[in-house]
Design a protein around this ligand. Structure first.
Ligand code: DAH
Length: 341
């Protein structure tokens, strides 16, 4: 038995392999369950009791030796694989890293701001957590206006109705006017919150861009021209606009603006409900009460304001039918806007 172990030891000491497959063959030959070393274990039963200790030790030594030898051979190949470093072509461009894409709402907001910047508007921002005065009071909302109701507005604390999440970016108008004197020409992008049940057509938060221009002799005609310029840059040079009389507490007169339906070209389709027009924003001449509340003399200055939803503009531009897609962050949806960069 001891002879046999010694012979096997010498045999294993002498093995060599030139491929990883050959190493695997050797492993099977010596170390697998049916391998030569395991076979010795079977013979071990017939070894006389007084020799068992010595033989057992020798078998264990052999097993360790064989394992080390084979692992050693394996390692030479692992290193050999690395040595292909020499063959790496360092002049090749690196494999592309996957980078994120801009959110569609960011793309559209940036485009909107770019257009207004080209017409002389600068950007102003304000807080999302606001007080009643900036969101409602200064903007001429009557005390019993439904927007002041729990139904529509999120309040921050149970104890007071004074601190709330802004329901529109019109609050930024007040924030700017209370500290600046005209001329003021700003656009205010930001997130707004409303207590709405979430569905394909409504969400409890969305985004708006507010516009404000206050100066001497600002007229409704100026407003119309700026909005026409915006619509044409945003939706194409053939786009038509129409203004319909409306009501907002902070503007007088007030209007809502439609653009010619960009899907049917104004002929009438399911998207524009057969009318050929789709509504995109609210606007009007700033109510003198608002100017007064902010310390601007309405006898000297006039101005216009407008406000629109970024989601709405994005829906029109990219035909997104479900508002929820904008906040679910499904990468399959977000990747569809890669080409728009
Ligand atoms: N704040 C209005 C809203 O959230 C939008 C709006 C309408 C803003 C008319 C204006 C405006 O500045 O003049 O629905």
């Amino acid at each position: 038995m001891l002879e046999k172990i010694k012979a096997l030891h010498e045999e294993i000491a002498a093995v060599a392999a030139s491929t990883p497959e050959e190493v695997e063959q050797l492993r099977i030959k010596y170390l697998s369950k049916k391998g030569a070393v395991s076979a010795l274990m079977a013979d071990f039963r017939s070894v006389p009791a007084e020799l068992k200790r010595e033989v057992g030790q020798k078998i264990n030594e052999l097993k360790t030796f064989a394992t080390e030898k084979i692992n050693g051979l394996k390692e030479t190949f692992a290193v050999a694989e690395d040595s292909t470093l020499d063959e790496i072509d360092l002049t090749r461009t690196a494999s592309p890293m996957s980078v994120g894409t801009r959110h569609p709402l960011s793309l559209v907001r940036n485009e909107m701001l770019r257009i207004f910047a080209s017409m002389g508007f600068t950007i102003a921002e304000g807080p999302e957590i606001e007080d009643d005065w900036h969101v409602f009071e200064s903007l001429n909302f009557p005390p019993d206006h439904p927007a002041r109701d729990m139904q529509d507005t999120f309040f921050i604390s149970r104890d007071t109705v004074d601190i709330l999440l802004r329901t529109h970016t019109s609050s930024v108008q007040t924030r700017v006017m209370e500290h600046a004197q005209p001329p003021i020409r700003i656009v205010c992008p930001g997130r707004v919150y409303r207590n709405e049940a979430i569905s394909a057509r409504a969400h409890c938060f969305f985004h708006q861009v507010e516009g404000l221009y206050i100066d001497k002799n600002v007229s409704f005609a100026d407003l119309k021209q700026v909005l026409l310029g915006f619509a044409r840059q945003m939706f194409g040079p053939e786009t038509k606009i129409r203004l319909r009389p409306s009501y907002f507490p902070f503007t007088e007169p007030s209007a809502e603006m439609d653009i010619s339906c960009d899907i049917c070209g104004g002929k009438g389709c399911a998207f524009c409900k057969g009318t050929g027009w789709v509504e995109i924003l609210g606007c009007g001449m700033v109510d003198p009460n608002v100017l007064k509340a902010c310390g601007i003399d309405p006898e000297i200055y006039t101005g216009y304001a407008f406000g629109m939803g970024i989601e709405r503009i994005t829906n029109l531009k990219y035909k997104v039918k479900d508002l929820r897609l904008f906040s679910e962050n499904d990468v399959r949806f977000l990747r569809e806007f890669e080409a728009a960069h």
